[in-house]
Design a protein around this ligand. Structure first.
Ligand code: FAD
Length: 402
């Protein structure tokens, strides 16, 4: 009998964990498993703000796929997905085409710019290893330029971060530490540097416990972060940003604008004809696409509602990893001829946001609040736990945080 072909698109949290689970659950005689990814490495998206700020080298964040995936059991194809032709059960790659019986779409996120003028052209975005390296080098280059210019150009030392959500706050926390180092390195007085965090909503870290938000803002302000809350970015230009608060517009000149205020699912999914809501596919309980029994959509490409609050779960690595576990179990069932599939039940264990490497806030285990070193410690446990699940103790020792 012909073995079913399982194709997994994207080697992020969702794709890697699906692959690693399947390679343990299925025998090589049961299915042909293929993993497709742009690069030959997996990266931890949750560490990209550190790579972007320059507080953690990107090689700590990258993990060669061959170190984790058994190439005797899984075919790895390094290529870029162009489109999914679900009606033909094919995937179009830049350099070829793949046919599948079952497909797992785990292509991750894209920045959402909400139509703000000039943002795509002029702002940097934290999306992958390459964009993180660019942001790090760009900021450092501007600091290096500052004392070599004939006229004073404070915009070289002005860093604007759009968005005070989870990613924006974590990034600003890293930058606050990095700015100190850059000032020492390039003979710059810290007072000349502006690190501005702009947020349209009335508070930073919307949805987080207000006491923790206050703690985070106080700690970051003490490190020199200027918050501009209730402030809309109206436009981003080559010179900086134009913001509006209470009907008043202001221009903030900056050569370092980084947009960290929103994500949507990879647009390949929408362009391939899957129906999306806020850029993500509202999947069925078993994580399959609404009208396709052979396509699972997971991670940041999927939209899953919290049945109690009737609001969508925010896209997180935690959820992507859990979705991968359900998807692998469901694929195993389908391959073995069962049609009784598991429903996905998110098990939110908590959320911890870092404020630089030396501080953090979090809510864990039924609402317990954590601050400072306890939260830092918890964040390391979360990160190391993932590495353990992915590649065992060896990977924790190689790439873990201690
Ligand atoms: C700075 C930052 C900090 C975060 N912190 C946290 C946190 O602390 N906790 C938490 O739970 N979540 C956090 N998140 C969210 C979390 O990273 C995402 O929800 C998670 O990465 C989603 O996993 P995924 O598998 O859907 O996609 P990803 O992990 O983004 O993986 C997608 C993969 O697909 C590949 N790919 C994309 N397009 C193509 C293509 N066309 N062809 C081939 N391959 C392609 C990419 O190279 C990548 O390997 C953070 C996000 C950011 C940006």
């Amino acid at each position: 009998m012909k073995k079913p072909r399982i194709v997994i698109l994207g080697a992020g949290y969702g794709g890697m964990m699906t692959t690693v689970n399947l390679q343990k659950m299925l025998g090589t005689n049961e299915a042909n498993i293929t993993l497709v990814n742009k690069h030959d490495y997996h990266y931890q998206t949750t560490w990209l703000h550190e790579n972007s700020a320059g507080t953690l080298h990107h090689d700590r964040t990258r993990i060669p796929i061959k170190d984790v995936v058994d190439f005797n059991k899984v075919d790895f194809v390094q290529d870029t997905v162009v489109s999914i032709k679900a009606d033909e059960k094919k995937v179009q790659l830049e350099n070829g085409e793949l046919e599948y019986d079952y497909l797992v779409v785990a292509l991750g996120f894209e920045p959402a710019t909400f139509g703000i003028k000039g943002l795509e052209e002029n702002a940097f975005m934290i999306t992958n290893i390459n964009s993180a390296r660019l942001i790090r080098d760009h900021i450092e280059y501007n600091f290096a330029r500052y004392n070599n210019e004939n006229e004073e150009r404070p915009e070289l030392l002005t860093i604007v971060v759009g968005g005070a959500g989870f990613t924006g706050i974590e990034f600003v926390g890293e930058l606050a530490n990095r700015v100190e180092e850059l000032c020492r390195e390039y003979d710059i007085d810290r007072d000349q540097v502006r690190l501005i965090n702009v947020e349209a909503g009335p508070t930073a870290l919307a949805g987080f416990d207000p006491e923790l938000v206050e703690y985070a803002m106080n700690r970051l302000e003490a490190k020199g972060v200027e918050f501009k809350l209730g402030t809309m970015i109206k436009e981003c230009t080559e010179e900086g940003i134009i913001v509006e608060k209470d009907g008043e517009q202001e221009e903030i000149k900056s050569k370092n604008v980084i947009w960290a205020a929103g994500v949507r699912g990879n647009s390949i999914v929408e362009k391939s004809g899957f129906e999306v809501n806020r850029g993500r596919v509202p999947v069925r309980d078993d994580l399959r696409a609404p009208n396709d029994d052979d396509v699972f959509i997971i991670g940041d490409c999927a939209l899953v509602f919290n049945k109690e609050t009737e609001r969508p779960y925010p896209p997180t690595a935690q959820i992507a990893i859990q979705m991968a576990e359900t998807t692998a179990a469901n694929l195993k069932a389908l391959v073995r001829g069962s049609h009784e599939l598991e429903s996905f039940e998110p098990d939110i264990k908590g959320t911890v946001a870092s404020l630089g490497e030396d501080d953090a806030i979090g809510v864990v285990f039924n609402g317990k609040k954590l601050y400072g070193w306890r939260a830092v410690f918890m964040k390391k446990i979360i990160d190391n736990r993932y590495l353990f699940k992915l590649g065992g103790l060896g990977l924790v020792l190689k790439k873990g945080k201690f």
